[in-house]
Design a protein around this ligand. Structure first.
Ligand SMILES: Cc1cc2nc3c(=O)[nH]c(=O)nc-3n(C[C@H](O)[C@H](O)[C@H](O)COP(=O)(O)O)c2cc1C
Length: 319
């Protein structure tokens, strides 16, 4: 049995929760504690109104954070469950002698979103089977398609069409640029967002960086980049929910995080490419073409890639 007070434990668990991925690294979470609970709430000042108008990705990000927290709790001898009530995720913890530490714990701080192309090496089928066996939350599903399959071809087509729409939309580009961090000072001041060093760009003064990104972001340029990444990926994975509800988005975030941690454990790499889910008509088309009863929520590409030189920063959480 550990001798931590609940508030000490909560601080540790929250430090693992915030390692979760989030759209544009917006970290859209807030935390409160009670004597045996951590309450996770959306930070509505961090919504991505253009790319994520329905806050789907926001609630998925919260689900990822909750999953990290619950996995970390097992390491400290706590079992837990969660409930989504009145816009808040209430995670309740109970100390137990029967709890088995979750081996995915070791991956929480190592997980990162791969940037750039993959090596092109194929993932062996036994590793794909291991990924396919990751436990799914209720009302969520995911399917893994080899990069050469017709399903992958349909996903790649939606990424292409999504780039044509998003990169021609000034509001989308403005929102993206607002979340970009262009130099060390910019990162230090914000501790969030999409950072030049993580993305592999040189540092620039903020006004120069903004101008350059606006100039160079175009459907053609983004599709050139995505073609390279798509063609070097070994597989695509599509996550989906039974309903378009906040509760299901949280649940699929939990499933997603487990898969991402498993990918990390297997020394594989992944990157998001969520245009097919972000652009509503493309999402509906993909659903129809793949004959899904569920709704598409997240697309990732999986392959092999190098260790990152820089990790995305995280804001400090004051309780
Ligand atoms: C729901 C969701 C959707 C995302 N969509 C994209 C995407 O379309 N393209 C992309 O490059 N990254 C996407 N990301 C990844 C974030 O940019 C990334 O998690 C964040 O920058 C933090 O970096 P890390 O994952 O390496 O910790 C997404 C993340 C989440 C949780």
């Amino acid at each position: 049995m550990n001798t931590l007070t609940f508030i000490e434990l909560a601080k540790i668990l929250i430090s693992f929760a915030i390692c979760a991925p989030s759209g544009h690294n917006s970290q859209p979470w807030k935390f409160q504690t009670t004597e045996n609970q951590i309450i996770v709430m959306p930070d509505m000042s961090k919504t991505l109104k253009v790319v994520d108008g329905e806050n789907r990705e926001l609630f998925i990000s919260l689900g990822c954070a909750v999953e990290n927290m619950q996995i970390a709790a097992t390491q400290y001898g706590y079992e837990s469950d969660y409930e989504y009530i009145d816009g808040k995720i209430v995670v309740t913890f109970r100390q137990s002698e029967n709890v088995t530490p979750d081996p995915l714990f070791d991956q929480i701080k190592k997980r990162h979103t791969h940037r750039g192309e993959f090596t092109g090496k194929k993932i062996p089928s036994d590793l794909i089977k291991i990924l396919q066996s990751v436990e799914k939350e209720q009302n969520t599903d995911f399917a893994i398609f080899d990069g050469e399959t017709n399903e992958a071809k349909l996903i790649k087509e939606k990424i292409y069409l999504g780039n044509n729409i998003q990169m021609s939309d000034t509001a989308f580009k403005n929102e993206l640029v607002e979340w970009m961090r262009f130099n060390k000072k910019d990162i230090k001041e914000n501790q969030n967002g999409l950072c030049y060093n993580v993305l592999g760009f040189p540092a620039t003064p903020k006004f120069v960086g903004k101008k350059m990104v606006r100039m160079f972001l175009s459907p053609k340029a983004q599709n050139k980049t995505d073609n390279g990444v798509n063609n070097s990926a070994s597989a695509f994975c599509l996550f989906s929910t039974a309903a378009k509800s906040e509760a299901d988005y949280i649940a699929v975030g939990k499933t997603l995080e487990r898969v991402l941690l498993k990918i990390t454990e297997l020394n594989l790499a992944y990157s998001f490419s969520n245009q097919p889910c972000e652009v509503e008509p493309l999402s509906l088309k993909l659903r129809e073409e793949l004959n899904l009863t569920n709704y598409p929520s997240v697309v990732i590409r999986i392959g092999y890639g190098d260790e990152p030189k820089h990790f995305a920063p995280r804001e400090k959480i004051e309780l």
